[in-house]
Design a protein around this ligand. Sequence first.
Ligand SMILES: [Cu+2]
Length: 320
Amino acid sequence: MKFLLLATLATAALALPSDPLSARQKKTCTNPKLRKDWAKATNAEKKSYIDAVLCLATKPSRLKVPTHSTLYDDFAWVHAKLTDPQRIHAEPVFLPWHRYFVQVYEDALHSCGYTGAAMYWDWTADWAAPSKAAVWNPVLGFGGNGSDSADGNGPLKLRIADGPFRNLRPTYWNGDVDPHWLSRDWAPAYPGQPELIGNAYSPSIMEEVFSWTEYERFWPALESSPHGGLHAGVGGGRGDMGPTSSPNDPIFFLHHAMVDKLWWEWQRADRDNRINAYKGMRNDGQEASLEDMMPMLKLAPDAKVKDYIDTEGGALCYKY
Ligand SMILES: [Cu+2]
């Protein structure tokens, strides 16, 4: 009996995924990881996160399309391909798909030596002066805006002027091979509108988003103004956060961790009724279901919505 038990344990240990390509294990979540606010993380945590992001660009692509791209580029490629034709936005799967995507990214950072959880940018706290946010720090942050005088990109893309990611050279722009320097094109302030379209994620907008009690009302409200406004505010017309290849900008993942945190807060505000709340019309005209599959195009296995609906159950184990 004892031998049998040991043998079972040994088999279970062998089956654990050693590489991030394997399906995430479903197990009881007893000790959820805490995802932190970038502005409150320690310098050591920030440094380790930044180093791991840079490391992704030295790792071979899992997708090999095209052959000279890297693991860093895979995220932009998958997001671009799943956006044209549209499979991950403007339908209920927007929230769980991006939740899964951020988790796949966190797993990739772990393959680059990072041991912490994904981090988020709380833009609801910075809405009145978003350009002053801690995330744009040129040493322990993501660098700032693109600049006309920054060399190398031509007039259509604004290369960022400083920061640890200034020398990053993403492979894709939208779904096309178009190597360029990482770019940002912050929307300027004008009377009544803070820079980076701060009004799109102001307290009054957030109050409206959280006023919805049904999932099918909540997700579009969150996706449109706060989520979309931030993308447009940071990316502008000539920055990486604008096009379908927006995961090119590493701030994408702090932005989407924040979107995820807001969904998490909404779910927990009425856990019994909302933790499995998932409804609405899919882009193919069918009713959305927890059994729906989320495509990840071989960056990671396709996965069911129901395994990613609860951050402390199914295939996930984290909280905010
Ligand atoms: Cu997206």
